[in-house]
Design a protein around this ligand. Structure first.
Ligand code: AMP
Ligand code: MG
Length: 411
């Protein structure tokens, strides 16, 4: 994976395919209680050991009846009760009915439930006023939701808060998952200061670690924060070595643009195989990708918007592959009418930051204002990217643009 010397800028699709093709998913697994497994990727197909519901039960509070009895009588003796967890298990004579509650087992031989609002109790008897009474009415049959043996979740699914209660309905207490990818990250730059310190002339606060860490967490990885590393070859080299030992993926910000690249490049070339790319993406043009011993490496540009954007657009799919998350979906584009003008010159795919809303069933979008790659407020205000195609120039208000709503990793 030598340097990318190709003239011109590398299209995003090409960069993604070069990054993804060498990655093999992590195969180490662990067994976790289901309540601790949210955000992990399933290492097994999950099959149901039971039917859900496990027995025919009532969908209503009411009376369980046999539809055929209605040709004999319109008054029914109450033979007993079936409550949730306390089924009716006695003899049930013809022309009688069983008082039943929601979720209670349907008594043997009964084929419908009449809701209590359609019943009139007179002493120990009931009369019903139920139009269109049919067998099956208000009964939730065995296996209505899930049948024994059904695959409810496939290997490669990432477990969500919606999956866990479904797994619990099956009585499954633990699941086999892949271990999370370990991702070490650090910021590079002599100008960077940690929060809680005073800034001196020419210094700025290190904000990129605060943009990168939540994304590593939200992508479902274990984050290893190696801090701020000054532009000093010895320290950088030692940190790269330490990071590569600890992690499956090493992410840095800064030091990959022209001017600094040669310097970082020398160290990285000693330690691994890294390509320094100029991508046809704005913001985010300088980007490095390769391997450091057994770890993968992504070098993000230093500008804060560029760092988060390249994490989202390029590193997110890489992590999905590494994590074995085969069902990961790339953000989808939706057409929207823009209310703002967007400045753009042809040559790079531009991810401007926008605020969308829906007006009369139509997506409309506005710019968040200053679109400089250093102006992070444009990300903070946004709820979508306005993705302007590579060859497109300026966009005028009223034109149609493609927007990508942020996925939950940016919330
Ligand atoms: P570089 O890619 O190192 O040339 O940095 C490009 C720009 O991003 C410069 O203005 C840096 O000061 C800024 N920058 C680099 N790293 C960070 C960081 N961790 N937090 C905030 N800004 C940064
Ligand atoms: Mg720098």
């Amino acid at each position: 994976m030598g340097c990318c010397d190709a003239p011109g800028l590398m299209p995003i699709e090409e960069a993604l395919s070069k990054m993804l093709s060498p990655i093999s998913p992590i195969t180490d697994t662990l067994t976790l209680p289901i309540q601790d497994a949210i955000g992990y990727v399933l290492a097994q197909d999950l099959r149901s050991p039971i039917h859900v519901p496990p027995f025919d039960n009532s969908a209503m509070d009411g009376y369980a009846v046999r539809v055929a009895d209605f040709s004999q009588t319109d008054r029914f003796v109450i033979a007993g009760k079936s409550f949730a967890g306390a089924p009716f298990d006695q003899h049930w004579p013809a022309n009688s009915t069983v008082r039943i509650m929601t979720g209670a087992q349907i008594p043997e031989g009964c084929d419908a439930v009449i809701m209590q609002e359609n019943a009139t109790v007179e002493g120990d008897q009931v009369r019903f006023n139920q139009p269109n009474l049919k067998p099956g009415m208000n009964i939730r049959p065995t296996g209505d939701d899930i049948c024994q043996g059904d695959t409810v979740l496939a290997q490669g699914a990432k477990l969500t808060a919606r999956d866990i209660p479904m797994i619990a309905t099956l009585g499954i207490a633990t699941v086999e998952v892949y271990r999370k990818p370990k991702v070490a990250f650090f910021s590079t730059g002599d100008e960077l200061r940690p929060l809680g310190t005073e800034l001196e002339a020419g210094q700025i606060y290190d904000s990129n670690r605060y943009g990168i860490k939540p994304l590593i967490d939200n992508f479902g990885c274990e984050a290893i924060d190696l801090g701020i590393i000054p532009d000093c070859p010895e320290t950088l080299k030692a940190t790269f070595e330490q990071a590569a030992q600890q992690a499956d993926l090493v992410i840095t910000s800064g030091g990959v643009s022209v001017g600094e690249a040669d310097y970082t490049k020398d160290i990285l070339e000693q330690l691994g195989q890294i390509g320094f790319w100029k991508l046809a993406i704005k913001p985010g043009k300088p980007f490095a990708f390769g391997s450091l011993n057994s770890a993968w490496f992504c070098g993000l540009p230093g500008n804060p918007v560029s760092a988060v954007l390249t994490m989202y657009v390029l590193v997110q799919p890489l992590i999905a592959k590494l994590a074995g998350h085969t069902q990961w979906q790339a953000p989808q584009s939706i057409p929207a009418i823009t209310h703002s003008r967007f400045k753009k010159s042809p040559g790079r795919t531009d991810y401007q930051r926008g605020i969308y809303r829906i007006e009369n069933g139509q997506f409309v979008v506005e710019s968040t204002g200053n679109q400089s790659s250093g102006a992070f407020r444009s990300m903070s205000l946004a709820n979508c990217f306005v993705v302007l195609e590579r060859e497109r120039g300026h966009v005028e208000a009223g034109e149609t643009v493609q927007i990508q709503l942020f996925n939950p990793t940016l919330y």
